[in-house]
Design a protein around this ligand. Structure first.
Ligand code: SF4
Ligand code: SF4
Length: 174
């Protein structure tokens, strides 16, 4: 039994069988065993919140293309926006919901300017929300540890390495 079959059973709205639960637990344990990376989550929300002005964010920005790939592949990212359009004859109006990303300049646009103009500020926003303020909102971190954002980052930015660098920076130690 694979994970898709288990999800399908769940979608059917019936209770999972013992065999399905067992298969789910086995797959979860196998995934954890195969994970080569680690992230020290001890006091991580406070580490991130306490480093809003860390110069490290601008070093990340030297590499980050602000392409939004990481947010598009992340299973927990939910930023979205709406497009409002009116036909030229004024007869039809449409409102279309679509995915957006906190990495785009326009996402934080308000009152005539974007609130997060630099790429560093946008990377900080993404990782701080995911690993710190998400806890305030939902009671847990917004990262399931899947590693997709690392796999699909075209320049190899790795959030586990970035957190580690932040923890070792002089500002974090002070
Ligand atoms: S590792 Fe975390 S932040 Fe990255 S894609 Fe997976 S859930 Fe999202
Ligand atoms: S995928 Fe990489 S380069 Fe693109 S926005 Fe995310 S961290 Fe930056």
């Amino acid at each position: 039994m694979n994970i898709l079959e288990i999800i399908e059973a769940k979608k059917l709205g019936r209770e999972l069988t013992d065999a399905e639960i067992e298969a789910g637990e086995r797959l979860l344990a196998e995934s954890a065993e195969n994970m080569g990376k680690t992230l020290d989550t001890d006091d991580l929300p406070n580490l991130l919140k306490g480093n809003a002005l860390n110069p490290r964010w601008e070093s990340i920005a030297d590499k980050c293309l602000s392409c939004a790939n990481c947010t598009m592949v992340c299973p927990t990212c939910f930023c979205n926006t709406v497009d409002d359009n009116l036909s030229l004859d004024g007869e039809h109006a449409t409102r279309t919901g679509k995915w957006d990303s906190c990495f785009t300049l326009g996402f934080s646009y308000m009152h005539g300017q974007p609130m997060r103009e630099s790429v560093g500020a946008r990377y900080r926003q993404w990782i701080t929300h995911k690993l710190a303020t998400w806890v305030d909102q939902f009671g847990e971190m917004g990262c399931v540890g899947c590693g997709r954002c690392i796999t699909w980052c075209p320049v190899g930015i790795d959030l586990t390495a970035e957190v580690e660098s932040l923890g070792r920076s002089p500002e974090a130690a002070s």
